[in-house]
Design a protein around this ligand. Structure first.
Ligand SMILES: Cc1ncc(COP(=O)(O)O)c(C=O)c1O
Length: 450
């Protein structure tokens, strides 16, 4: 008999949530922190490829991938094998105090994916936020400057340093008191909502002008700015893509003032956009690049890669981690990177093109779809009450996300009113068609509420 998760399409057996799911949700409410934001009652039991089975035996097509994490799908046999083999051999050692051969092995593989001819070095972490924290500390250490410029709408994590850069939703910052001093935010170029009626290619010129003419003249002398930190495609903020020229210009501004150019590719990286890094589409070369999420197919691993000339500035003891770069996570990452390189990067490009070609007419077809954007398998569908006024419609977006779940498709929201599609990079056309048909039905249902 084929296991339920080895099918390619979902199958719902009952009204959701089922009895076992209800029990888990009750237990969760009793014992878990209430700070999480669960959109719908999915209680996962097992996964295979792009299919997730819940505790009651219902299966779902996963276009969320554990928040853009399960890059090679759930439990890819090669990743599982690598984890099992490593777990039987050596689970932990701590790279802070000891050596093991897989650390430089993965570091070499990883630094070779980052654009730029300079030698580079890597530091492994446990999460995306920790990668950002490390990058911020390194930027301060290497430049001997303490200020940062970040962008409205960007999300960089929830630890105190990363949270100081994050400016996505005020609930993420509210109640936590003063954050890191010396962080200034500027607008992120959003062509759909461009105040100057620019195109997707030219939006953001005025923001760069503000940076040079206002921020650098009235607020922070550029000589005090350690780094500018940006997501080349906003993730949590709503899958908004920065224009190529904007990233290129930002890099030029950084170089001119000796400011480090830090790219947060925690969500947009690891092949999701059809290249290792979303920033490659713009031809830019970061001074520091942060990664996590898809890097190890779900094992907790993050990394920041910096030019060796920057990484070599800090001294032994200045930064470390007990678990970061754990051997089991590294084994998963080595298998993951191999799969992305040989198959899934190209599949993400091809399936992204396929999905975008099918969604090209959605703003005409649906009166509540304001914008369809992104790259590869990082796709955002912005839901508005009225295409003319572009009024955000979070209630309709939430209704679409919830309805999709009840039809067997897992998607997440991003930003105030965007549906985010971030499937595992291995999906095929049949699965893409199911996702498209399901979303179309859900959008039509939501439209009736307007
Ligand atoms: C772009 C980006 N940076 C950083 C983070 C933080 O990563 P983590 O949740 O692993 O700490 C996230 C998480 O969503 C992210 O999307």
């Amino acid at each position: 008999m084929i296991a339920a998760t080895e099918t390619k399409l979902p199958r719902l057996l009952m009204q959701l949530p089922g009895p076992k799911a209800k029990h888990v949700i009750e237990q969760d409410a009793k014992f878990m922190s209430p700070s999480f934001t669960r959109d719908y009652p999915l209680v996962a039991k097992r996964g295979h490829g792009a299919i997730v089975e819940d505790v009651d035996g219902n299966t779902f097509l996963d276009f969320a991938a554990g928040i853009a994490v399960c890059s090679t799908g759930h439990c890819h046999p090669r990743v599982v094998e690598a984890i099992q083999k490593q777990a039987a051999e050596l689970i932990h050692m701590s790279g802070t105090d000891f050596y093991y051969e897989s650390l430089p092995q993965l570091a070499e593989k990883l630094v070779n994916t980052v654009p730029g001819s300079d030698a580079k070095k890597a530091f492994f972490t446990n999460s995306g936020a920790e990668a950002i924290e490390g990058a911020m500390k390194l930027a301060r250490y290497a430049t001997k400057r303490d200020k940062f410029i970040a962008f409205y709408g960007c999300f960089h994590g929830r630890t105190m340093g990363a949270l100081s850069l994050t400016a996505s939703k005020s609930t993420q910052r509210k109640g936590f008191g003063a954050l890191l001093a010396g962080v200034e935010h500027i607008p992120y170029p959003n062509a759909y909502r461009c105040a100057h009626d620019h195109t997707a290619e030219t939006c953001g010129a005025e923001i760069l002008e503000t940076l040079e003419r206002q921020i650098f003249k009235r607020l922070f002398d550029p000589e005090e700015v350690a780094a500018i930190v940006i997501e080349p495609i906003q993730g949590e903020g709503g899958y908004v893509t920065a224009p190529k020229f904007f990233l290129q210009e930002l890099q030029r501004i950084c170089r001119r003032h000796g400011i480090l150019f830090i790219l947060d590719e925690v969500q947009s990286g690891m092949g999701r956009t059809g290249k290792w890094w979303a920033s490659e589409h713009a031809g830019v070369e970061p001074d520091i690049l942060c990664s996590a999420k898809g890097i190890a197919s779900g094992m907790p691993l993050g990394a920041f890669v910096a030019r060796a000339s920057i990484m070599n500035t800090w001294k032994p003891g200045s930064h470390g981690t007990t678990f970061g770069g754990n051997p089991v996570c590294i084994a998963a990452a080595l298998a993951t990177m191999d799969l992305i390189e040989t198959q899934y990067k190209e599949n993400a490009r091809r399936m992204g093109d396929y999905l975008f070609s099918k969604m090209a007419d959605w703003t005409k077809k649906f009166k509540i779809v304001g914008d369809v954007r992104g790259r590869g398998l990082m796709i955002g569908v912005e839901i508005v009450r009225d295409q003319r006024t572009k009024e955000e419609a979070p209630d309709l977006r939430n209704a679409i996300v919830d309805a999709a779940f009840h039809k067997g498709l897992l998607v997440l929201g991003a930003g105030a009113n965007t549906v985010r599609l971030s499937p595992p990079l291995l999906i095929d056309e049949e699965q893409a068609d199911f996702a498209l048909q399901t979303l179309e039905t859900c959008i039509r249902e939501a439209e009736k509420k307007v």
